[in-house]
Structures are given as structure tokens and as C-alpha cells.
Design a protein around this ligand. Structure first.
Ligand code: ADP
Length: 288
């Protein structure tokens, strides 16, 4: 079936610095790289590389064609990405010092200027068996989730970055919540653990991941694969995209977890976020 993903598209500008700048200080960068980021784009690429048919619902500015080309190269369908003349493409300025400490600024730009009508049009064929993925980096989350749920689709929501208000608005329409351990703790503190969803996917970094099936009460646990991590940016997005793709192709949660953990293990051995997502052949080879 099809995975629709309502998600942010960011350009990640990464600067390596000797130290992070103090107020009033100017520092020359040692190295600069530019890559594809944004939780939405990362998850679209991850799910597409996992073999799913992925339609990205999002927005960008009128420039930066290379970003759309990179999504297309990963086989993400981009016809439903609006190009807005009054907003820039979302971007992140990422400062990393020698000790790998970072400071990050995100400018949402076009990611927060999505139009309800265009989204409804893009979702007109969504139905039972399809999936809508979402994260908390765009506007129009609750409206889009409601549409997809009413059409019978599975709605997988990554409540990241964690904010309780958007989460409360999406919750009645969500099937599965995808959270890292910190986000899960924040959610449980606000709303308890008895949530009105089918399942909870919780990732625990190098300690692995779990899927709690709230319908059966069963918890599936998956250890992380041991690798030499060099950059964990986007690991959670890789996991969520692969898990969604696994369910989409009919895998049971345990199998989807295993593939997602292998994909995320490979992803953290590479620099970058969206550009570092492994494909299905790489993951199957890793698991041999
Ligand atoms: P987020 O990026 O959202 O904070 P996590 O840090 O929980 O998410 O990582 C998501 C998944 O990525 C983990 O469940 C694990 O499978 C994998 N992962 C993350 N860090 C490592 C690591 N150092 N080694 C192996 N796998 C990792």
C-alpha cells in the first residue's frame, strides 16, 4: 500500500568549530557540509529505501531544487510538495565543537505554511491499508491525521520535538505513537501510560527499542546492534521510517523492529541524516 508522510523538509547546514561561540563572539568554521534533514524528509527517505511507496506531503521555498532531487533519487514521490514563494525552505544551522557538543537553530519556514486544502487534495485517495506518518515539525497535523484516520488509514505519529498541545490534538486520530525514551517519559508524565492508541514504539538509543501492542498487552523488545556510531542524527527517524515500511509490507511488529534496528545501526555508522539512510539490500546483507 502507500505511505503518505506529512513532514518537514530541512536543509541541514553543519559547521564544525573549535568551540561553540559565546554571545558577541565570532568564530571561523573548520568545515562545512550541507545535507538533507528535517524529521519528515528523513522518515520519507528511510521508508522509501526500506522499499515502501512513499508520497511526501510538505512544502519548500522556490529555490533549493537539489533537495527535491535528493528525495526523488531516494524514490520518494514529490509531486505533492508545494513550492512557496513567500517562505524559505526550512533549514537548520548546526554547530558542532571538537567535543561533539552541539547548538542548533531551526527555521521552520515553508514547513509551517502548509495549506489544508492542498493536503486534503493530496490525500484524496488514501484509504484502508495505507499509512500516514507525521512528526511535530509542520502545521496542519491534527487536521491531516483526522482525514487519514476517517479514511481508515494507519496513522503513525512521531511526537518529536515533544510538545504536549500538538500531541493532544493528534492523539484521537493516531494509531501508533513513535517516541524516544525522553519523549516517552515526557508523555507519560503528562498523560499517563494508558493511551487511546493501538501501539507505542519507544526507542532507547544504544539500548534498543520496544513496541507495546496496547490491544493485546504484549511488548516486543529489540536490542540495538553493536556498531561504531559516528553520528546518531536521524537514528530515530530511520527507525520510525523502517518500522512504518515494515508494517506497510505486512511484517509482524517483531520483524519490523528487527529490520528497523539493523537499519538504524547502519545509519549511525555514517555522517548525515537523510543522506545516511540505508537501503533494503544493505540491511538484509547486515542481517545475514
Ligand atoms: P532518537 O534519534 O529519536 O533520539 P534513539 O536515540 O532512541 O532515537 O535511536 C533510535 C534507534 O537507533 C535505537 O532504538 C537503536 O536501534 C538505533 N541506535 C541509536 N543509537 C545507536 C547506537 N549507538 N548503536 C546502535 N544503534 C543505535
Amino acid at each position: 500500500m502507500t505511505i503518505y508522510n506529512l513532514g518537514s523538509i530541512n536543509i541541514d547546514h553543519v559547521y564544525r568549530l573549535p568551540t561553540l561561540p559565546q554571545p558577541g563572539e565570532t568564530i571561523a568554521s573548520l568545515a562545512y557540509t550541507r545535507g538533507l534533514g528535517g524529521k519528515g524528509a528523513n522518515q520519507s527517505v528511510a521508508a522509501a529505501r526500506a522499499g515502501a511507496e512513499v508520497i511526501h506531503l510538505g512544502a519548500m521555498g522556490t529555490e533549493d531544487d537539489w533537495v527535491e532531487e535528493r528525495l526523488t533519487a531516494a524514490r520518494v514521490q514529490t509531486a505533492t510538495i508545494a513550492r512557496l514563494s513567500n517562505e524559505p525552505t526550512g533549514h537548520a544551522i548546526i554547530l558542532v565543537d571538537e567535543a561533539a557538543e552541539n547548538s542548533i537553530i531551526i527555521h521552520p519556514g515553508a514547513n509551517r505554511a502548509l495549506q489544508e486544502k492542498a493536503l486534503a487534495q493530496a490525500l484524496k485517495s488514501i484509504g484502508a491499508g495505507d499509512t500516514l506518518m507525521m512528526q511535530n515539525e509542520t502545521n496542519q497535523q491534527a487536521e491531516t491525521a483526522a482525514l487519514a484516520k476517517a479514511a481508515g488509514a494507519r496513522v503513525i505519529y512521531s511526537a518529536a520535538p515533544f510538545q504536549i498541545e500538538p500531541l493532544r490534538a493528534v492523539l484521537p486520530h493516531a494509531s501508533i505513537l513513535a517516541l524516544n525514551a525522553l519523549e516517552a517519559r515526557a508523555l507519560f508524565a503528562e498523560a499517563g501510560e494508558d493511551l487511546p492508541v493501538e501501539g507505542l514504539l519507544i526507542t532507547h538509543g544504544s539500548d534498543g527499542a520496544e513496541y507495546r501492542d496496547l490491544k493485546t498487552g504484549q511488548t516486543h523488545r529489540q536490542a540495538a546492534f553493536r556498531v561504531k556510531a559516528v553520528d546518531t542524527t536521524g537514528a530515530g527517524d530511520c527507525f520510525a521510517g523502517w518500522f512504518a515500511a515494515g508494517l506497510d509490507r505486512g511484517e509482524d511488529p517483531a520483524t519490523a523492529l528487527r529490520h528497523a534496528a539493523a537499519a538504524a545501526a547502519l545509519q549511525v555508522t555514517r555522517h548525515g541524516a537523510g543522506d545516511a539512510m540505508p537501503d533494503r539490500a544493505e540491511v538484509l546483507e547486515f542481517l545475514r
